[in-house]
Design a protein around this ligand. Structure first.
Ligand SMILES: C[S@@+](CC[C@H](N)C(=O)[O-])C[C@H]1O[C@@H](n2cnc3c(N)ncnc32)[C@H](O)[C@@H]1O
Length: 184
C-alpha cells in the first residue's frame, strides 16, 4: 500500500472509531508551515493513532527530519506503533508512551523547530510552558482547537499575557482553528 492510500485508510479508521484526528485542511496548513520554516525537528503532544504524524512525516522525510510524538494512552501508543511498522518506519519515528507533563521535561532544550500541541485541552497552558525551553529561537508552536474549545484551555490566555507572549489565532477550517506562536 502506498503512503497516500495508507493515510486514507487511517482517516477512515479515525472516522469509524471517533479518533479526534486533525482535519485535512489543518494537516495541510501545518505541512505548509513545516515547509516554510524548513523544520527538521518536530515535537507533537498527542499521537492518537499517528494520523497527524504520518501527514507531517510526508514532508519531514524529504529533509531527513525527525518527529517525536507523545501519548499517554497505551491503546493509542500501540496503534501508532502498529501503523508505523506497517509502513516500515519503526527505526525512524520516536513514539513516547507517557504523560507529556512528565515526558517533555526529559527532552533536550532548544531542540525543536516546531511543536504541535494537540493533547488534553485543559493542560494546553502547561504543555506550552513545558515546551517553551525545548523550542528553538524563532521556532513555531501550534496549539490546536483554540476557538471552539477556548473555554477548556484554562489559564492559557492569562499565561500568554503574563509572559508577554504574542500569538495569532487562525480559523483554519469551518470547524475550528489554531493558535500560532513564534518563540522569540
Ligand atoms: C486530539 S488527540 C490527538 C490527535 C492526533 N494529533 C491526530 O491528529 O491524529 C489527543 C491525544 O492526546 C493524548 N493526550 C492527552 N493528554 C495527554 C497527556 N497529558 N500526555 C500524553 N498524551 C496526552 C490522548 O491520549 C489523545 O490520544
Amino acid at each position: 500500500m502506498n503512503r497516500r492510500e495508507f493515510i486514507k485508510k487511517l482517516r477512515i479508521y479515525g472516522i469509524e472509531n471517533t479518533v479526534p484526528n486533525i482535519s485535512d485542511v489543518n494537516a495541510q496548513f501545518i505541512i505548509d508551515l513545516l515547509k516554510i520554516s524548513k523544520t527538521k525537528k518536530m515535537l507533537e503532544i498527542g499521537t492518537a493513532n499517528w494520523f497527524s504524524s504520518i501527514n507531517f512525516w510526508d514532508y519531514l522525510e524529504t529533509v531527513s527530519g525527525h518527529i517525536t510524538t507523545i501519548d499517554f494512552s497505551p491503546k493509542s501508543h500501540d496503534e501508532a506503533n502498529i501503523n508505523i511498522s506497517e509502513v516500515k518506519l519503526e527505526n525512524t519515528i520516536s513514539t513516547i508512551l507517557g504523560n507529556a507533563l512528565d515526558e517533555i521535561p526529559k527532552l533536550p532544550n532548544e531542540e525543536y523547530d516546531f511543536v504541535f500541541i494537540d493533547g488534553m485541552m485543559r493542560r494546553s497552558k502547561d504543555f506550552l510552558e513545558l515546551c517553551w525551553p525545548k523550542t528553538k529561537k524563532w521556532g513555531i508552536i501550534i496549539i490546536d482547537d483554540v476557538i471552539k474549545f477556548r473555554h477548556k484551555m484554562v489559564g492559557l490566555w492569562e499565561y500568554l499575557e503574563e509572559q508577554n507572549i504574542t500569538y495569532n489565532t487562525l480559523p483554519i477550517d469551518e470547524d475550528d482553528g489554531v493558535m500560532m506562536i513564534i518563540k522569540e
